[in-house]
Ligand binder design. Structure first.
Ligand SMILES: Nc1ncnc2c1ncn2[C@@H]1O[C@H](COP(=O)(O)OP(=O)(O)OP(=O)(O)O)[C@@H](O)[C@H]1O
Length: 697
């Protein structure tokens, strides 16, 4: 029996589809039934035939003793009050003893009936022991990590290395020293065998689930730690349990029978199928077939039935397996999105460093932001003293080479840092400093004031939750008074605003195309009408048509809802098309910031020039590149960090970090080639001019 598929197990989610609102018990039954209705025919046949057999055995175990005249340990019959006659040993099946009698003068059918009661009792107890211990330890180990994890993994590996039966026998021996033999020690001996299975599956799931982008995405939308642990870690992890449970239930019957066969199980004369087979071993050569056959058949049939239920359940509750048998998702007509004319001039006027002057107060004001990590080579400041503003409806592009700190900056705005990451400085969002906020207040700000859109939306949506669940959870986390029905309605509206048919709200993320997932992710991030969206490479994994749809969406959100946008990207073309202003980052610092038009037409910083020169456009005749590599941020060069790669480097470039100084209206550049950067420009030095794509850096 394998548990290999359980890693992919999904939820049994039972939410109503639109237009089907039932109430009370009927609704619950209908919802519980839904996953089975969606399951393939084969799965349903497997489950229900298996369940049918298990129910027959249960009836036999619990109703049988009331109806059948013999008991499993009864070796005589009362023929008259106080007068007994022994049951004859080794009687073949007959009207009186339908399955015959054993050499110990027991009725075989009565032994089968009592053996079934024992099997169910041991199975239930053993599986519960294993599940509770394995799941608890697995969650603890995976979530906590560190020495606890190492100790538990070593212990479980040692236990797992033992052959199951040997382990069960050793446990039975050990338990016999502290308690008298019976159902409980037998169940404990069987249960111990399965603890490592639950432990390994749950621990590995916990480890991977807690790092899943969708867990981070949930945090970015303000989910509480308890919700993250419960709904995203525990909920994802426990989906694996029912399948292991049914498969282990089947296996436990075999282990119990083996223990009984070897004489280590429940002590005789208790009816136990394995023990009965061992007693019948010498009967078979003597032509006495019935004493071994019936308990053997009972074991085979019950184990097979439980396995069928387990395999069928796996198919039903795993959404990925479930969709395997279908003809595929319905093909939706391409969504029509009206593109309003974008106002790229908004916020593109003159202003102080990092800020476009606007009448309104900025939605985000970043001042002296530093973002650091602990690394084996020492502290690394990925963002170092960065300041800028984003005004309502304004879009700021953040560009730079890989590793210059763009994503770190984006995350720091939400204070969504990996372990070991620190944020210093001020990030004022709607008048409150994110850096100093308490965790609970921070959770409210995330989602409500700041939305986050990631690249690869598939990994950011919980694969076990429907799109509707994502909306309901996020909306109700921030607005507990909103009913589920209202949240669902808002989800439908938000989806249709993004060009996704509202009927698709009940789909799982894997039933969406990449573009639909990204639009759903955007719909989610704007559901609470945040002031600013941080979009980190939002179109990287999408084709150009979907990319253009997404950009149109951002444009609409900005012009219609005045949502600000921080677009983190490598793609200068995307910035030219989408943004009002652009900030160029190099080695953790903003080296140039200003209106897109100014910077793209007249870049001042040699690094900006280098970046633009290495961009391919229709006019490109010769591709330039910036020589060398960005510095190691654990040990950045002194002064201007670009100096080691700069073709215009001067002596004093390495003395101190140049200040951002206005070089064009609204455009600020941190370079000693321009007066105001902190040192006089040496005589005879001329700053570069002209189109860098033609002239190079
Ligand atoms: N969790 C972390 N621990 C240690 N260092 C990190 C961590 N995350 C990022 N860094 C380091 O911080 C620096 C900036 O990384 P970041 O991902 O912010 O850059 P980026 O410009 O977004 O790069 P890319 O465009 O490739 O995503 C890099 O030197 C990177 O190695």
């Amino acid at each position: 029996m394998s548990t290999e598929n359980v890693d992919a197990v999904g939820p049994v989610r039972n939410d109503p589809t639109p237009g089907e609102q039932k109430t009370g018990v009927r609704a619950r039954l209908s919802h519980a039934w839904r996953p089975f209705r969606r399951a393939s025919r084969v799965s349903r046949v497997l489950i229900f035939s298996g369940l049918g057999i298990v129910v027959l055995f249960l009836l036999m175990a619990f109703v049988g003793p009331l109806l059948y005249e013999y008991g499993g340990t009864q070796y005589r019959v009362e023929v008259a009050p106080g007068e007994f006659e022994p049951i004859k040993a080794l009687q073949p099946p007959s009207g009186e003893h339908p399955l015959g009698t054993t050499r110990d003068q027991f009725d075989v059918l009565a032994r089968i009936i009592d053996g079934a009661s024992l099997a169910f009792a041991v199975m239930a107890l053993a599986v519960s022991i294993a599940m509770i211990a394995g799941v608890t330890l697995g969650l603890l180990s995976g979530y906590r990590g560190g020495p606890i994890d190492r100790a538990l993994v070593t212990m479980m590996d040692a236990v797992y290395a033992f052959p199951a039966l040997v382990l069960a026998i050793i446990t039975a021996f050990a338990l016999s020293a502290i308690m008298s033999p019976g159902v409980v020690p037998a169940a404990a001996a069987v249960g111990v065998v399965y603890i490592p299975q639950y432990f390994r599956v749950v621990r590995n799931h916990t480890l991977s689930v807690k790092q899943e982008p969708f867990v981070e995405a949930a945090r970015s939308m303000g989910a509480k730690e308890r919700t993250v642990l419960g709904r995203y870690v525990f909920f994802n992890v426990v989906q694996t349990v029912p399948v292991i449970l049914t498969l282990n239930a089947a296996d436990s019957i075999l282990v119990l029978a083996s223990l009984g066969f070897l004489g280590y199980g429940v002590p005789p004369p208790t009816a136990e199928w394995g023990y009965d087979i061992s007693r019948a071993i010498t009967d078979v050569p003597a032509g006495i077939w019935w004493t071994a056959l019936w308990p053997g058949l009972a074991i085979v049939i019950l184990v097979t039935a439980l396995t069928l239920v387990g395999e069928g359940l796996n198919d039903v509750i795993n959404p990925l397996l479930r969709s395997r048998g279908k003809t595929g998702p319905k093909i939706e007509p391409a969504p029509r999105e009206d593109t309003p004319a974008e106002d790229h001039t908004a916020g593109a006027a003159t202003g102080a460093a990092g800020s476009a002057p606007q009448a309104a107060r900025p939605s985000v004001a970043v001042r002296g932001l530093r973002v650091g990590y602990r690394t084996p080579d020492g502290p690394l400041w990925a963002v170092d003293d960065v300041s800028f503003d984003i005004h309502p409806g304004e879009s700021l592009g953040l560009v730079g080479e890989s590793g210059c700190g763009k994503s770190s900056l984006g995350r720091a705005l939400m204070r969504l840092m990996p372990p070991g990451g620190v944020v210093r400085g001020r990030v004022e969002v709607a008048g409150e400093d994110m850096v100093g906020l308490s965790e609970s207040r921070l959770r409210r700000k995330r989602g409500e004031d700041l939305g986050l859109v990631f690249q690869e939306p598939m990994t950011r949506l919980n694969p076990l939750l429907k799109i509707s669940d994502h909306f309901i959870e996020m909306i109700r986390t921030h607005q507990p008074d909103v009913s589920k029905a209202e949240a669902l309605e808002r989800a439908r509206v938000a989806l249709s605003q993004m060009g996704i048919p509202p009927t698709r709200v009940e789909s799982y993320p894997h039933e969406f195309s990449g573009g639909m997932r990204q639009r759903a992710m955007i719909a989610l991030s704007i559901a609470l009408e945040p002031k600013v969206i941080v979009a980190d490479e939002p179109t990287t994994s999408l084709d150009v048509i979907v990319e253009s749809q997404i950009l149109d969406l951002f444009g609409r959100l900005r012009s219609e809802q005045q949502i600000g946008l921080l677009l983190v990207t490598h793609n200068l073309g995307l910035v030219a098309e989408t943004c009002d202003r652009v900030a160029v980052m190099y080695a953790g610092k903003i080296v140039e910031i200003g209106p897109v038009e100014e910077i793209f037409n007249d870049p001042k910083h040699p690094y900006t020039r280098g970046l633009l020169a290495s961009t391919i456009s229709l006019e490109t005749t010769e591709l330039h590149s910036i020589e060398g590599y960005p510095p190691n941020l654990t040990d950045p060069p002194p002064g201007c960090r670009f100096a080691p790669r700069c073709p215009y480097v001067m002596d004093h470039c390495t003395d101190a970090v140049p200040r951002l100084t206005e070089t064009n209206p609204g455009q600020h550049t941190a370079c000693y080639l321009y007066p105001g950067a902190g040192a006089p420009v040496p005589e005879g030095v001329r700053a570069p001019e002209g189109n860098p794509q033609e002239t190079g850096v």
